[in-house]
Design a protein around this ligand. Structure first.
Ligand code: DLL
Length: 438
């Protein structure tokens, strides 16, 4: 048994602030960040002027809806440092996302931003169930990706012993998890699964070891995958959400109740807008998540369109935290496939495949154009070696189940164990041949 957590770390006052007081704090901070962005970033000055709004127009939180959105393209157009609101000399850290096309998206942090980030991550890890004295094995990528370093500093601040492992060298990771007695594992869910599988192959039983908390995020995953990871790693899997443009990890974290992710409202303002009309949606409705940063100095983000589809809930959480909850992000707008008129997210396919009898929890989706129709092929993997006939029979069953559960007609191919690529970080779930072939 680990020692009980010191009271100052477990849901301190700010995490339990009554909602009206939280909103007052948000309004004060919103007014400040709008003025800061307007005074120091040409892009915001121009965009506000074009929309006919000024920072002084905000008298209540709802007034923010009159302000223009910020999109990824704005960061690219102002590459590399044009969106920074402080002189470059005050930026002590850069991170960047690779960007599949064109220039990467660059984000920057002042010393103060790095400090705030570490605080928010420490809070997030405590929310997930980590405690000072835990050994945190950090398998998130270090480097330009925000995941590794973001969690690193926050875990140190909480008082954890951090193994800065990064991705890759899977067998070595298993050995170090064992040797160092890791109690917290931080990874993408797809890589955590890769670790579970590698451990089983090596004859290492991680499930009965000291691992207690799994902090998993950076990509969409499903409840079935959660059950799989809980069981195979012998820990409690917690959903962890964030994005580089807004800060990196730590924007939202599930608590031990696992009823959605607490979005830290003293640092971020969350809105849901209709994905097409972009009109604000009422609390509880599904739509695109839009985030405004309230405390960032180097890179304030005003109404950033995340493209992530989710719902918010301000219902009380049994843990006592008052910050709203972001329900599981089912996928990105950009990842949604429309197959013969049916909207499909990879995570829905995952929910059907993971735990399906005889099927391993690895999959890939290939989308191609057949005539004027989009054609989806789901590649799954057999749990154990089987002959061709038996795999075809299994494929037929999966196909039927996908049709019943999601309403989508697709081709299913069941590959041999180990044939599909394993994740080293964020898993690539969709191969879109329509784009590859122009
Ligand atoms: O993935 C930051 C992060 C690192 C979050 C480690 C959690 C853990 P980006 O590389 O900018 O930043 O990717 C952000 O990943 O807009 C979502 O589409 C997706 N994403 C992140 N967390 C989740 C999650 C990091 N828990 C993009 N569930 C976001 C679903 C997620 N999607």
């Amino acid at each position: 048994m680990s020692a009980p957590a010191p009271p100052f770390l477990f849901a301190p006052d700010i995490e339990r602030l009554p909602r009206p007081r939280l909103r007052t704090l948000q309004l004060e901070r919103l007014q400040r960040v709008l003025a800061h962005a307007h005074a120091n970033v040409r892009h915001y000055r121009d965009a506000f002027a074009a929309a006919g709004v000024a920072p002084g127009d905000v008298r209540q939180l709802e007034d923010l809806a009159r302000f223009p959105f910020t999109v990824k393209g704005d960061l690219r157009d102002n590459y590399p440092f044009g969106m920074f609101a402080v002189p470059r000399e005050q930026v002590v850290r850069l991170h960047a996302s690779s960007g599949t096309t064109g220039k990467p998206t660059v984000v920057g942090y002042t010393k103060g931003d790095i400090d705030t980030w570490a605080d928010i991550i420490a809070r997030s890890l405590a929310c997930a169930g980590a405690r000072p004295g835990d050994v945190m094995h950090n398998a998130l990528g270090y480097g330009l990706f925000t995941g590794g370093l973001g969690f690193h500093y926050g875990a140190e601040r909480l008082g954890c012993t951090v193994t800065p492992m990064s991705g890759g060298q899977t067998e070595r990771q298993i050995a170090l998890i064992q040797d160092f007695g890791a109690t917290v594992l931080n990874a993408t869910p797809s890589y955590a699964l890769n670790l579970a599988e590698a451990a089983e192959r090596m004859g290492v039983d991680l499930a009965s070891g000291p691992l207690r908390v799994g902090v998993f995020g950076a990509e969409p995953w499903s409840e079935t995958m959660r059950a799989e990871l809980d069981r195979r790693l012998g820990l409690k899997s917690i959903d962890s959400y964030g994005l580089s443009e807004v800060m990196g990890p730590g924007v939202a974290m599930e608590c031990e109740c696992r009823l959605g992710l607490h979005g830290w409202e003293d640092h971020f303002l969350f809105e849901i807008v209709h994905p097409e009309t972009l009109e604000p949606m009422p609390m509880g409705e599904a739509g695109e998540l839009v985030i405004t940063t309230l405390t960032k100095q180097a890179l304030p983000m005003i109404r950033y369109r995340t493209r992530d589809i989710t719902r918010l809930s301000d219902a009380p959480c049994p843990c006592g935290r008052t910050h709203l909850r972001i329900l599981r992000v089912t996928g990105r707008n950009d990842d949604m496939l429309i197959i013969r008129g049916v909207n499909v997210y990879p995570s829905q396919i995952e929910a059907v495949l993971v735990g399906f009898p005889g099927i391993a929890p690895h999959y890939q989706m290939v989308v191609a154009r057949q005539g004027s129709l989009d054609h989806l092929t789901v590649e799954a993997e057999a749990l154990a070696p089987r002959d061709e006939d038996s795999r075809q029979h299994l494929a037929y069953q999966v196909r039927h189940h996908l049709k019943t559960m999601i309403g989508v007609s697709c081709e299913v191919i069941v590959r041999l164990p180990g044939e599909l690529p394993r994740s080293q970080g964020k898993a690539v779930r969709v191969r879109d041949l329509r784009k590859e072939n122009g």
